[in-house]
Design a protein around this ligand. Structure first.
Ligand SMILES: CC(C)(COP(=O)(O)OP(=O)(O)OC[C@H]1O[C@@H](n2cnc3c(N)ncnc32)[C@H](O)[C@@H]1OP(=O)(O)O)[C@@H](O)C(=O)NCCC(=O)NCCS
Length: 166
């Protein structure tokens, strides 16, 4: 883990980022996507991020292997929401619980520290103790739980929303 660096995502990371994400699409309720994304679809997603400004995408890179990513995205489309961002964070299934999520979030929040961001929000699907602990560690406070708003794997799932005040 000593050789782990957190850097801005590059377009040539996209196949690996898509593979990490699609693992959770297929195997986990953590995302409410139901079908794996194609590279073209993920390219559309990738284009929302910039190397400056509010909407960043960082990766955890260990000797050239991307082990996870985290980003800040527009939360809702209407312009009064401009200064609120929503996070996304996924670590590769073989790299969970090794501190990578915490390193990604630390670097991500450093990266946007001087941007015009007023609230950072995140939603996670319980039970997800790693996500709950990660958000608590970074100062997110519970806002509330939407009950049974997602249907995946033949059952309904809640979503817990948390916010970090800047
Ligand atoms: C959620 C996720 C990003 C966290 O990253 P991570 O690298 O696994 O977590 P870290 O090792 O940095 O640990 C962060 C905190 O979670 C805790 N944690 C990690 N794994 C845990 C587990 N399985 N059970 C309970 N707590 C756990 C750590 O102890 C740490 O808590 P602390 O700060 O109080 O010490 C990662 O587990 C992941 O990608 N999960 C699958 C996809 C997902 O759920 N994404 C988030 C959607 S909101």
């Amino acid at each position: 883990m000593d050789s782990l660096t957190i850097r801005a995502a590059r377009l040539d990371d996209l196949p690996r980022l898509t593979a990490i994400y699609n693992h959770y699409v297929v195997h986990s309720p953590a995302t409410f996507d139901l079908e794996p994304k194609t590279l073209d679809q993920r390219y559309e997603w990738f284009t929302q991020f910039r190397e400056a400004g509010r909407h960043r995408l960082l990766v955890a890179d260990e000797d050239g292997a991307v082990l996870g990513y985290a980003g800040t995205m527009r939360w809702r489309p209407k312009p009064a929401y401009d200064t609120t961002v929503e996070t996304t964070i996924y670590c590769a299934p073989e790299s969970l619980g090794k501190g990578i999520g915490a390193k990604l979030y630390a670097a991500l929040f450093d990266a946007i520290a001087y941007e015009d961001v007023h609230r950072i929000v995140a939603g996670y699907v319980p039970p997800n103790p790693a996500s709950a602990a990660l958000h608590e560690r970074f100062g997110f406070r519970p806002v509330g739980t939407f009950s049974e708003v997602g249907f995946k794997f033949g059952t309904y799932w809640d979503v817990c929303w948390v916010e970090r005040r800047i």
